[in-house]
Design a protein around this ligand. Structure first.
Ligand SMILES: [Zn+2]
Length: 183
């Protein structure tokens, strides 16, 4: 079982929390929370803080916390950047995914008997794989929205690749300047 980085996101980034949970990352999100509490949880719980608030980001960094400032909240961009920065895996893993709603690790099942009483029969007939949340009791399956989930993940991978090449060009430039100044 790999030990993932864990996250806490600010109240503007509920969509980021849902995606990180889908990818299996333990991610806290509260609709209303004070900045000092975000910082306290991030520090005490060793969670990377993801925020759209630049002053909060700076405060966290000053305190030596790991944090990420979201400039562009478009989901594929955020996923590309946190993947590049913190090694977030952009693949969905059947046995390692969390409830987008409550962050609990989901249980994967192909046994319709376990969940049949909670889904309608059309769904039960149509799908073979299900995930259920032991905490909030929600049930998930790879329905029609699954295509767009994959599209976002593919988009994030492409953006990440572009990001990598952009960063390496900048790093090379910095190296060049430093060498130039030394000589
Ligand atoms: Zn749940």
């Amino acid at each position: 079982m790999p030990s993932y980085p864990r996250f806490i996101v600010d109240s503007m980034l509920g969509h980021v929390a849902r995606w990180l949970r889908l990818l299996g990352y333990d991610t806290l999100y509260f609709r209303k929370i004070d900045d000092w509490k975000l910082i306290k949880i991030s520090r005490e719980d060793d969670r990377i803080l993801i925020t759209r608030d630049l002053s909060l980001y700076r405060r966290a960094r000053k305190m030596g916390l790991r944090a990420f400032f979201v400039e562009d909240p478009e989901i594929d961009t955020v996923l590309a950047e946190v993947s590049k920065r913190f090694g977030v895996d952009l693949e969905f893993h059947r046995d390692d995914t969390r409830c987008p709603h409550c962050n609990t690790k989901l249980t994967y099942t192909t046994s319709i008997a376990e969940i049949a009483h909670r889904i309608n029969s059309a769904i039960a007939l149509r799908y073979k794989e299900f995930w259920f949340c032991p905490t909030c009791k929600r049930i998930y399956w790879q329905g029609t929205h699954w295509k767009s989930i994959n599209q976002v993940l593919e988009g994030a991978k492409i953006k990440k690749a572009k990001l990598s090449s952009k960063i390496s060009v900048t790093e090379k430039k910095v190296d060049f300047v430093e060498v130039g100044e030394k000589s």
